[in-house]
Design a binder for this molecule. Structure first.
Ligand code: ZN
Length: 162
């Protein structure tokens, strides 16, 4: 495993649409392992492949530190409710902003065996799933922020990055 360099907002790769993953090769597995290592090292709860410069539809998420999830070709199929709260991104370190999102999300994806799986999440998990999937289409949470971004040290209740 190896740490990968996290691309920072302004890097054109973060604005591109990622390609479907057709098969999981040893290189894909290496990418997944590196993405988890990179995410944990940066104290994030999610990371999308374009954030490490790879234009593939692949994200890793772990909102508790004990529930690693690999989502290949993820798609949102249902959302409901609403949550409003601070959100951050490893591609914009040290900053957070208020984003309103659905409080519940159901998504489908392929696992590392390319078998279709479904996931349901609420609260932070729902926020992380939606945030990461948006990266795959070249979008960042900053497009949805209400008001100004603030520095994380000014926050009492923000969580660190996605
Ligand atoms: Zn992000």
């Amino acid at each position: 495993m190896a740490l990968r360099q996290i691309r920072i907002k302004g890097d054109a790769i973060l604005e591109k649409v990622c390609k479907e993953v057709k098969e999981v090769t040893p290189r894909t597995e290496e990418l997944i392992n590196d993405m988890f290592e990179t995410m944990y090292e940066a104290c994030g709860v999610g990371l999308a492949a374009p954030q490490v410069g790879i234009l593939k539809r692949l994200v890793v998420i772990d909102v508790t530190g004990e529930d690693p999830i690999v989502m290949i070709n993820p798609k949102v199929i249902e959302t409901s409710g609403e949550q409003r709260g601070y959100e951050g991104c490893l591609s914009l370190p040290g900053k957070s902003g208020i984003v309103t999102r659905p409080n519940y999300v159901k998504a489908m994806y392929q696992d590392v065996n390319m078998e279709t799986q479904f996931i349901e999440g609420t609260e932070l998990l729902a926020r992380a799933i939606l945030h990461e999937i948006e990266h795959l289409d070249g979008h960042m949470y900053t497009e949805k922020v209400e008001g100004e971004l603030i520095n994380n040290e000014d926050l009492e209740n923000a969580y660190e990055g996605e």
